[in-house]
Design a protein around this ligand. Structure first.
Ligand code: ARG
Length: 457
């Protein structure tokens, strides 16, 4: 029997039930639903809509339901459309006629919005912890990298040498921005919809401020129609989760490249690689590839919800039931991804010599030659042309760039030394740059930013 059967003379068709049921996934909200119901009962007692005995009896039934759910002995009924229905049905079985008063002044519309906000608050806070742990791993890797350098790439072409620490911190800063975004999202979703009813509030003397504070929300809703129909917080959460996924995906792509035989920059720990069922020699970067692959689904979850929300008239519409599966999935996948990729990074074996060799040869320090000329008074555009000409000749004639520099009328005897192994990276001295001096400063700033991000907000 449904909660709303009174209005109907016939029962629900099986096909309709199978299509509309949400219990298989909204069971995830059981804890939050009980929490919301407890606050609602306390609110009803406070304003005199329930006697304190009635309140006690409902709270005790809710505790029993909690225990039954936790110990997995709760028996769901085929008529349970969703977790809210299931809890109310069981409370009524346990508390007798008083159970019929649980839903006083409440609708599933404000109830589900309350549950989902509580769930999102709790779970995004867990994602914050996971992202911060990843940042810490990157910080440790950066510290351990010391003065090791590698080619920095643009267009996947060797561009300029950079410290490996600089490279790790680059990923660290992007994840710290994600932490900021998570907090921003958490701040905006911290509003209780409980008391909005179906859409218009109530004729009963409810106290939404009281239930909001019981539930630990920073505020109650300002507008009951907005309260039951707003899912901006889900869209925002899905965006932030997709952004984290995109960051992991970019790191994943890099690990795939770096661990390939072509690059040979690193070896994945056995615990974070997998083999081939056919080719005995293979060691594949599957976690990194899935960090890349699963991001498609994170973006899909965001896109799907945005399309669901687009064009929905106020206020609650059943379409909104489609908010939960993408949210649960994105939170779960991002948390799993952060742990797997965090582990891969923490255990990564770096091949310093290979990285440095790749960053030493050829014309990777060509800009240093051009800047040498600039310092000696040549306008940059001219300096660029002079060096580009030498680079082209060294390629065409298979000659060493340093020899051509020594022979060139434009350069003094000291210029060719700029091309010696390991020199160019030390010359990146500007704030935020890739050389030892600014990276040492950056390390201090990153440690401060990470510490600030770890402080509870
Ligand atoms: N399962 C529903 C959802 O997730 C609960 C709210 C149902 N409200 C209603 N008016 N049918 O949105």
């Amino acid at each position: 029997m449904t909660l709303w059967h009174g209005r109907f003379s016939g029962g629900m068709d099986d096909a309709m039930a199978a299509y509309t049921v949400s219990l298989p996934f909204d069971r995830e909200l059981a804890k939050e639903d009980l929490e919301g119901s407890r606050a609602h009962v306390q609110g009803l007692v406070r304003v005199g809509l329930l006697t304190s005995e009635e309140g006690e009896s409902l709270l005790s039934a809710l505790s029993t339901v909690d225990e039954e759910l936790t110990s997995q002995v709760f028996v769901f009924d085929p008529s349970d459309e969703d977790i809210h229905t299931a809890v109310e049905r069981r409370v009524t079985e346990l508390a007798g006629p008083t159970g019929a008063k649980l839903h006083t002044g409440r609708s599933r519309n404000d109830q589900v919005a309350t549950d989902l906000r509580l769930w999102t608050k709790r779970n995004l806070s867990l994602v914050v912890v996971d992202v911060l742990e990843f940042c810490q791993i990157l910080q440790e890797r950066a510290t351990a990298a010391g003065e090791t350098y590698l080619p920095g790439y643009t267009h996947v072409q060797r561009a300029q040498p950079v410290l490996l620490a600089h490279h790790f911190y680059a990923h660290g800063w992007s994840l710290l921005r994600d932490v900021d975004r998570l907090h921003d999202c958490l701040k905006r979703l911290d509003v209780s919809p409980l008391g909005a009813g179906a859409l218009a509030g109530s004729s009963l003397p409810l106290d939404p401020d009281y239930t909001a504070s019981l539930l630990g929300f920073a505020a109650r809703f300002e507008n009951s129609m907005d309260a039951v129909s707003d899912r901006d917080f889900v869209a925002e959460a899905l965006f932030v989760l997709a952004m984290i996924g995109i960051h992991l995906s970019r790191m994943g792509e890099e690990l795939v490249l770096w661990s390939s035989e072509e690059f040979g920059f690193c070896t994945l720990d056995d615990g974070f690689a997998s083999g081939s069922s056919m080719l005995p020699q293979k060691k594949n970067a599957d976690a990194a590839e899935l960090a890349r692959g699963k991001t498609g689904r994170l973006v899909g979850n965001l896109t799907g919800l945005l399309v669901t929300l687009k064009g929905l008239p106020l206020s609650y519409n059943r379409d909104l039931q489609e908010d939960k599966e993408p949210l649960f999935d994105s939170v779960n996948q991002v948390r799993l991804g952060l742990r797997a990729m965090g582990g891969a990074y923490a255990t990564l074996q770096i091949h310093d010599a290979v990285m440095q060799r790749a960053a030493d040869g050829g014309a990777i320090a060509a800009i240093d030659l051009a800047e040498y000329l600039v310092v000696h008074g040549t306008p940059f555009r001219e300096a660029h042309a002079i060096v580009a000409d030498l680079v082209r000749r060294s390629i065409d004639d298979h000659s060493e760039l340093s020899e051509l520099v020594n022979l060139s009328e434009h350069f003094g005897e000291d210029a060719a030394a700029l091309l010696l192994p390991g020199v160019a990276v030390t010359r990146r001295t500007t704030p935020g740059g890739a050389g030892p001096k600014p990276v040492a400063e950056q390390a201090v700033r990153f440690a401060e930013a990470l510490q600030a991000a770890q402080r509870p907000r």
